[in-house]
Design a protein around this ligand. Structure first.
Ligand SMILES: [Zn+2]
Length: 467
C-alpha cells in the first residue's frame, strides 16, 4: 500500500506547488557549491587506487571477494559514514583455471582466448572439431541440427564503439546465449569474437548462461585480432579445425556480502536515496573501471554531499555483491529490504566506468520530469546535457525500479570503456583522474539535490519502462 499512498501525496503536493523549470534556487545554489568543491578536492582516485592495489581482482566467492568486503568496511568507516554494515549474500562460485584455443588446420596458430564466465571446462585432452562460422546468435538459431552437430561454433560480429556504450548491448546476446543455442543443435563448443572494442590481443570475459536440464558445452572468447585471423583462414574456403581446452569449473556457492554505508538523514521520515555500484569484479584485471570506479564515485559523492551539512534524507551507498555472475547482491538486498522499499526515494547507479559524465536522464513520472529538467543549471557547467525520461538505471538497481523506485542517472562517456572492460587491461592506469573528478562532481551535486530537496520525486508509474 505505501507506494500508492506516497504517489498520491506527491501528486497532491505537485498540485499545491506548481512545478517550474527553475527548481528551488537555494537548493540548486548549494548543489553548485557541492559540485565545485568535489571537482577541486575529492578522494575518489585514492579510493579506486586502494581497492585495485590492496585487493585487486574480486570474482564473486573468491578470496579477493572476501578481502574486498573487509577492505570496504574499513575504508568506508574511515571516510566518516555513520553506519557501515555487511549484509550476507550467497554467491555462486566459479574458477577460471586455464584456457587455450588454437587453429589446428589449415594453418596452425595459437589464439588468445579466455573461458566465458561460468562456462564448464573441457575434457583434459581438449576438444578438437571443425569450425562452423555464424554471423550472430540469430543466424545460429536458424540452422538445422545436421549443419551444427559435432562442430565448434564460431560466432562472429564486432562490437561497435559508441559514446553511449550501446554497441555492447547489441553484441552481448551471443555471449549469454551462444553456448545454450549451439548445444541444443549438437555443437561441441562455442567460440565468440570478444564482446569488446579493443584491438589488443586480449580476450573479453563476461557471463554466459546455461539452462538447467539442457545440454552444456564450454564457451570461449578470442580477442579481436585473433578473430580476424580465424576469419581470414575461414575465408580461404579450406576446412578449418580448432582445438579448445579449459579447466574452468563451478564450485559450491560461497558467502559474500553487500556493503552498505550511510550518511544518516536528519529527518527519519524523509526516506533514503540509494547510490549504488558493485564491489565484485571479473578476475582477469583488477576491476578498476568495472566497477572500482563506480565504488569510488558513489562513495565519494555521498561524502562530498555530507560535507555540506547533515542531509535531510539518508544517503545510502550500496556496494553490491556479485553483479557480474547473476545479480546475487541486488536480489538479496531487495529481499532483505522489502518492507523498506517504499522509503526508497530514488536510486542512482555508477557502473559504466570512469569516463566523463555527458548526459543526465531519469525515470520518473511525467509530472516530476520537468522538475528534474530544472536541475540542469547545476550540471550544464560540467558539460552535461539533458537526456530523456527513459533511464534504465543499471543492472543492480533495475529491481528497485520494478518496485516503483525512480531513477536519476548519468551516462559516462563509454567511447573507450569497452577497450578494457572485462579484460586483463581493466587496471588503474585506464582511469583519467580529471575525468573521474568531473564525474564525482556530478554525482556529488546530484546526491545533494536528491537528499535535500523539499519534495521527493514520486514513484514510477508501473506501466512505463519496466524492464
Ligand atoms: Zn560492472
Amino acid at each position: 500500500m505505501r507506494p500508492t499512498i506516497r504517489f498520491h501525496l506527491t501528486a497532491l503536493a505537485l498540485l499545491a506547488l506548481p512545478i517550474t523549470g527553475a527548481g528551488d534556487p537555494q537548493l540548486l545554489q548549494r548543489a553548485a557549491e557541492v559540485r565545485d568543491r568535489a571537482l577541486a578536492d575529492n578522494q575518489a582516485y585514492d579510493i579506486v587506487a586502494g581497492l585495485t592495489s590492496e585487493v585487486g581482482p574480486r570474482l564473486a566467492g573468491s578470496d579477493g571477494d572476501r578481502a574486498a568486503v573487509a577492505w570496504a568496511l574499513i575504508r568506508l568507516k574511515a571516510l566518516g559514514f555513520d553506519r557501515v554494515v555487511a549484509e550476507d549474500v550467497s554467491v555462486p562460485r566459479w574458477e577460471r583455471g586455464t584456457a587455450t584455443a588454437r587453429i589446428v588446420a589449415p594453418f596452425p596458430q595459437i589464439l588468445a582466448a579466455v573461458s566465458l564466465g561460468g562456462s564448464i571446462g573441457t575434457p583434459a585432452a581438449g576438444i578438437e572439431a571443425p569450425v562452423l562460422r555464424v554471423g550472430n546468435l540469430a543466424e545460429l538459431k536458424a540452422l538445422d541440427r545436421v549443419q551444427v552437430e559435432g562442430h565448434i561454433v564460431y560466432i562472429a560480429g564486432r562490437t561497435e564503439r559508441s559514446r553511449d556504450g550501446s554497441g555492447y548491448g547489441k553484441s552481448v546476446p551471443k555471449r549469454y546465449g551462444g553456448p545454450v543455442a549451439a548445444a541444443s543443435l549438437g555443437a561441441v563448443a562455442v567460440v565468440i569474437r570478444s564482446v569488446g572494442t579493443s584491438n589488443a590481443r586480449l580476450a573479453h570475459t563476461g557471463a554466459t548462461t546455461y539452462i538447467p536440464g539442457k545440454p552444456r558445452i564450454p564457451g570461449f572468447a578470442i580477442s579481436n585480432p585473433d578473430a580476424d585471423l580465424l576469419e581470414y583462414q575461414l575465408a580461404t574456403g579450406s576446412r578449418v579445425r580448432m582445438e579448445v581446452m579449459s579447466t574452468a569449473r563451478s564450485l559450491p556457492s560461497a558467502r559474500s556480502a553487500n556493503v552498505i554505508a550511510e550518511m544518516t538523514g536528519s529527518d527519519p521520515a524523509a526516506g533514503v536515496i540509494v547510490f549504488a555500484a558493485h564491489l565484485d569484479s571479473w578476475d582477469l584485471g583488477t576491476g578498476a573501471i568495472d566497477d572500482g570506479a563506480g565504488v569510488a564515485i558513489v562513495t565519494e559523492a555521498a561524502r562530498q554531499a555530507r560535507l555540506a551539512g547533515p542531509p535531510r534524507r539518508t544517503i545510502r551507498v550500496v556496494l553490491y555483491a556479485n553483479e557480474e555472475r547473476g545479480l546475487s547482491g541486488a536480489n538479496a538486498y531487495t529481499q532483505a529490504h522489502l518492507a523498506e522499499i517504499p522509503a526508497h526515494v530514488s536510486a542512482t547507479e555508477a557502473d559504466l566506468g570512469a569516463g566523463r559524465v555527458w548526459r543526465l536522464s531519469a525515470r520518473v513520472s511525467d509530472e516530476v520530469w520537468p522538475r528534474i529538467q530544472g536541475w540542469m543549471p547545476v550540471f550544464e557547467p560540467l558539460g552535461i546535457e539533458l537526456g530523456q525520461n527513459d533511464a534504465r538505471g543499471g543492472a543492480d538497481i533495475a529491481i528497485l525500479g520494478r518496485n516503483g523506485v525512480p531513477f536519476v542517472s548519468f551516462s559516462h562517456d563509454a567511447t573507450q570503456y569497452f577497450d578494457y572492460h572485462h579484460t586483463a587491461s581493466d587496471t588503474l592506469d585506464k582511469i583519467n583522474p580529471a575525468d573521474l573528478s568531473q564525474a564525482v562532481a556530478a554525482y556529488s551535486a546530484l546526491a545533494y539535490i536528491l537528499a535535500n530537496g523539499a519534495e521527493d520525486i514520486g514513484r514510477v508509474p508501473s506501466p512505463k519502462g519496466t524492464q
